[in-house]
Design a binder for this molecule. Structure first.
Ligand SMILES: [Zn+2]
Length: 160
């Protein structure tokens, strides 16, 4: 009798779990790549998770990509979508990897923000937070400064 009761309880619990998962998927369908927070935590290092999933900011001058001027592409650390190109990188002196433009349609921007605090930008495929864009970039090109967290990026050298 006790066993039957246990089976009944676990069936109820299982069906609740099934429903919850269905509704989660519906809500996060805005991005092509969606994972649960637990899955992201398992995939990313703590600092990558803090920046990409919690909109954190890495400490200035900590990213090795800051002084990287090799030819290649910067892709999303979370989902490998190409986000920035080496030819658009410049030394802003801020301590964060900086670009004068993004790879169009692969980077999305949040509404709101201001010129002072910048407009938030994130990967258009997985929604991972990248950094902010400001209007004080190189005047000779776009005038934009995409101030990006190095831990949100992975560099792929041109010939690999
Ligand atoms: Zn991504």
């Amino acid at each position: 009798m006790k066993n039957i009761l246990l089976i009944c309880i676990s069936l109820v619990l299982l069906s609740c779990k099934g429903n919850a998962q269905k509704s989660d998927k519906k809500e996060s369908s805005a991005y092509k790549v969606t994972k649960t927070e637990a899955e992201w935590k398992a995939q990313l290092t703590p600092i990558e998770y803090y920046v990409l999933r919690e909109e954190g900011t890495e400490r200035a001058f900590t990213s090795p990509l800051n002084s990287n001027y090799k030819e290649g592409t910067y892709v999303c650390k979370a989902c490998n979508t190409p986000l920035f190109k080496s030819e658009h990188k410049f030394d802003s002196g801020t301590g964060w990897p900086s670009f004068d433009r993004e790879i169009k349609d692969n980077v999305a921007f949040s509404s709101g923000g201001s010129e002072y605090y910048g407009i938030e930008e994130h990967c258009a495929v997985c929604g991972g937070h990248l950094g902010h864009v400001f209007n004080d970039g190189p005047k000779s090109t776009t005038g934009k400064r995409h101030c990006i967290n190095g831990v949100a990026l992975k560099f792929i050298p041109k010939n690999e």
